[in-house]
Write a protein that binds this ligand. Structure first.
Ligand code: ATP
Ligand code: MG
Length: 680
């Protein structure tokens, strides 16, 4: 058989079904689609009237209006836009995936290119592009009647369909140019997402959510109950209120992000922010910028004054940054538009020519989205940078609220790591209040090679940790990190301007002694005299500790715990456990202070009897107190408290024996009793 060419046949009713059932995730979207079409129609007539003013029939007050009839369960969306001729209805409404709007733009662009006159601004607002939005009405309507009259024509036409794949056309009356879409609504079915679209409250909400910034007023007759007043203006008791109807504009139309920064007052921005975020406080920073080049976008972002309660429930953040395309709300999914560590931002990103998929629910081009993301991130970091320079107080509160989130950006792919390190504020042992890394580095002594830090699970814990003793006595500043996120980015072996971060609780640190520090008794002797004690401690603690050694970082405490340079920190290990992971148990190193009297006493006991039974008790006591001193958690608190009681009991017994012998009475057998046998 000869080669033949065929055209696909489409089962139209099925196709409509797909649009109505599967394309959109929310049924209320139909209203956005109809309003967008009406707005497009107004824009097109406005454009046509530029050259043919008579087309408006004297009514250039473009608007969209919504009418409801509760009894008949109908909803009407009407406009005084361009309307359609009979042929256009067949072509644009009667053909699925045919967009009159898109063709209009294409034709116009061709015309402009030919005549070289630039009036693109008047068409930049047209929203329609796929030629399917209209059919979303069948998600909510059993039957749709569209009556339309083309501007400049005398006759109107009525199109009607139940979405079964057929439609009827008829002559009709319409006093004025424009289009009216009448929906015979399906019964309410809230479980199926079908709300009562004859309810003014529902409609108001839906318009606010999706079409608030459409450039033409969206009006609706709203009923209001008003109390009956007497002639002094006081409500008359016992009289039913009267119902008044008012023409209300439902959308704010104030897409202030489309205006340049100099045209918008600070109060306008703040009002917009409050409207958007439902926050009553003013934002601490407003970021407004336009992106031009291969494609255009505008961002208007706000940094709130306070962290919302759901900051750590990423999936629940809803009113974050919203995406608009030509003033029509497209989605709330901030995750596509911003890195997670900027999830506290509020605002709007509006892209003129972002490629959307047909339902307008998904973004199609990674490259565009990535460019917007990078742009928004840079602009936000610029704004924070300005705050740091100009308003250090505000910067400090910003960091207190959002620092822990921003630091998430230091881990991960680290694309903005250097900028974030520059902005970071950290608690420290020296300066009043948090310091920047820049200031820290500036204060560093000339021999200091590293940015010293101490991590822990609470700021109080780290601030009083024994690890700091020698650093404080030597006046070497140490940064203190206690946010859970710190454990993650500090794993990355970072440096700031070529100065590495060094943990003072990991690896060996020997600051040596400087001239101001007097020699201690331990310095005079030979440190090898501790060897035997260290070996015994190792044996007693071998289940928990991988090494016992003398410390160079302590001045006042008898002992502390440190890790090897590449070990998991105890906080990280604990976090991994909480997240359900099973990291191997990391044994730490016990460092003891040879200058401490307690250690010296242990050494003396050990040198008389290296098998003395109390050495085991003291080893455990020492280990536990090292954990407590750094704010850590004892693995077995009740075992530890038994040891403490045992030692305390011995101490009070010794005291009691002294008292007893002072009274010249024979010692009781309390000396030999252990507290386990008689804890009361
Ligand atoms: N209220 C209206 N006034 C005039 N023309 C309209 C109106 N509503 C729809 N049309 C015409 O019908 C076409 C199809 O509308 P539909 O919403 O299905 O697609 P679209 O708006 O072109 O694209 P999208 O799928 O992106 O919404 C429009 O392009 C427009 O030409
Ligand atoms: Mg449309």
């Amino acid at each position: 058989m000869a080669k033949e060419k065929f055209t696909f046949q489409a089962e139209v009713s099925k196709l409509l079904d797909i649009v109505a059932r599967s394309l959109y995730s929310q049924k209320e979207i139909f209203l956005r689609e109809l309003i967008s079409n009406a707005s497009d129609a107004c824009d097109r007539l406005r454009y046509a009237a530029l050259t043919e003013p008579d087309l408006t029939g004297g009514d250039a007050d473009f608007r969209v209006w919504i009418t409801i009839d509760k009894k008949a369960r109908t909803l009407t969306i009407a406009d005084n836009g361009i309307g359609m001729s009979r042929e256009e209805v067949v072509r644009d409404i009667g053909t699925i995936a045919r967009s009159g709007s898109r063709e209009f733009i294409t034709a116009l662009k061709a015309k402009q290119a030919a005549s070289d006159e630039g009036s693109a601004a008047s068409t930049a607002d047209l929203i329609g592009q796929f030629g399917v939005g209209f059919y979303s009405t069948f998600m909510v309507a059993e039957r749709v009647t569209l009556t339309t009259r083309r501007a400049g024509a005398d006759t109107a036409v009525r199109w009607e369909s139940t979405g079964d794949g057929t439609y009827t056309l008829d002559d009709a009356d319409r006093p004025q140019a424009g289009t009216t879409v009448l929906l015979h609504l399906k019964p309410v079915d809230e479980e199926d997402g079908l709300e009562d679209y004859t309810d003014t409250w529902v409609l108001k909400e839906v318009v606010k959510k999706h079409s608030d910034f459409v450039g033409h007023p969206i009006r609706m007759l709203v009923e209001r109950q008003e109390p009956l007043l007497d002639n002094t203006g006081t409500p008359v008791k016992g009289m039913l209120p009267k119902t008044v109807t008012e023409d209300e504009t439902l959308n704010s139309m104030k897409a202030i992000w489309t205006r340049s920064r100099s045209e918008v007052s600070g109060e306008e921005y703040a009002e917009f922010y409050r409207h958007l975020s439902r926050d009553w406080q003013d934002p601490v920073a407003t970021i407004s910028a336009g992106m031009e080049g291969t494609f255009n976008a505008r961002i208007l972002l706000f940094i709130p004054a306070k962290a919302p309660f759901d900051l750590y429930h990423r999936d629940r953040i809803t009113k974050g940054v919203q995406l608009y395309v030509k003033r029509v709300h497209v989605m709330d999914d901030w995750k596509a538009l911003l890195p997670e560590w900027l999830r506290f931002l509020k605002g709007v990103i509006d892209c003129e020519d972002l490629t959307l998929n047909v339902s307008r629910e998904m973004l199609q081009h990674d490259r565009q989205v990535k460019a917007i993301r990078t742009f928004a991130t840079k602009k936000t970091l610029d704004a924070i940078e300005r705050l740091r320079k100009d308003k250090p107080d505000v910067m400090r509160t910003l960091w207190a609220e959002f620092g822990a989130v921003l630091k998430e950006g230091l881990a991960g792919d680290g694309e903005f790591r250097d900028r974030l390190l520059d902005l970071m504020l950290s608690e420290t042992t020296r300066a009043e209040g948090p310091t920047s890394l820049g200031d820290y580095v500036e204060r560093m002594g000339k021999d200091q090679q590293a940015i010293y830090y101490l991590g822990g699970s609470s700021l109080d814990g780290v601030r009083h940790s024994p690890h700091l003793e020698r650093f404080i006595s030597r006046d070497i500043e140490v940064l203190l990190f206690a946010d859970p996120v710190d454990e993650f980015w500090l794993q990355h072996d970072l440096s700031y301007k070529d100065t590495p971060f060094v943990s003072i609780s990991q690896g060996e640190i020997d600051l040596g002694k400087d001239a101001t520090e007097a020699d201690t008794p331990a310095d005079k002797g030979d440190h090898s005299r501790f060897d035997g004690l260290l070996q015994t401690l190792r044996t007693h603690l071998q289940d928990d500790i991988k090494e016992v050694r003398l410390s160079g970082r302590l001045t006042d405490s008898p002992a502390c715990l440190v890790g090897d340079t590449n070990d998991l920190s105890p906080q990280l290990e604990q976090m991994m456990r909480q997240m359900g992971q099973k990291p191997p148990k990391t044994k730490r190193i016990l460092e003891v202070n040879p200058d401490h009297a307690f250690i010296e006493r242990l050494r003396a006991i050990h040198s008389t009897n290296d098998k003395a039974p109390e050495l085991d008790t003291y080893a455990r006591l020492l280990h536990g107190q090292a954990i407590l001193a750094e704010g850590g958690t004892l693995p077995d608190p009740s075992a530890y408290s038994r040891i403490v009681m045992e030692v305390a009991y011995q101490a009070v017994s010794a005291g009691a024996a002294d008292v007893a012998s002072a009274a010249a009475e024979p010692a009781t057998d309390a000396d030999t009793q252990t507290p386990h046998e008689d804890p009361s």
